[in-house]
Design a protein around this ligand. Structure first.
Ligand SMILES: [Zn+2]
Length: 186
């Protein structure tokens, strides 16, 4: 099986769908990108497919389309990338810019993880396993990110739950950290 090569040029994946989000700003220090944070998201909760995550990260979510959307439509959040159930990647924010995914957070005593991290969302929830296609895409994307941002080492790949304990549980009970970490070392 031949695979398309994946590269990052000027902060953007060359082979991903690109939907720029207005929810970002400049990092305090672009030379300090040294953490990868894994998340999950589904919109509406527990439903997959559709364009609602794209809409949410782009500030276009229509609150009339679902009761839950009324609660979140005005939140200004984003992630660098989303991997959907089919393993397709959408990038919303340039890796060199600060996406708004971690919120109040701390890693090894340092706060504001958005400043120095890259955020990847998996379309998923705490109720269902992620798909093989998602793991495949995530491993490939992680390797590409690590090659471009070598301060992101294996020890500096964490879940949202690890940087916001008590507040966040993603990527949740179904995320297979062992398989993911093993695949990264191959
Ligand atoms: Zn999260």
């Amino acid at each position: 099986m031949t695979e398309k090569t994946q590269a990052i040029q000027q902060g953007w994946l060359t082979d991903a769908r690109r939907l720029p989000s207005p929810h970002y700003d400049k990092r305090p220090n672009r030379q300090d990108i040294s953490l990868l944070i894994i998340h999950y998201i589904s919109l509406p909760p527990e439903e997959f497919g559709g364009h609602y995550i794209d809409d949410f990260f782009q500030g276009k979510l229509n609150p009339a389309q679902h009761p839950y959307f009324e609660e979140i439509a005005t939140l200004r959040v984003s992630a660098h990338c989303l991997i959907n159930r089919q393993g397709e990647i959408t990038q919303y924010v340039n890796f060199d810019d600060r996406a708004w995914h971690a919120g109040v957070s701390q890693f090894e005593g340092r706060e504001k993880c958005n400043d120095f991290s890259i955020g990847i969302e998996l379309e998923g929830s705490n109720q269902q396993p992620f798909t093989e296609a998602q793991y495949h895409a995530l491993v490939k994307l992680t390797k590409t990110v690590m090659a471009s941002y070598p301060q992101i080492t294996l020890q500096r790949i964490v879940g949202h739950c690890d940087v916001a304990p008590g507040r966040k549980i993603d990527p949740g009970q179904y995320f297979d950290w062992q398989a993911y970490r093993q695949a990264l070392q191959r």
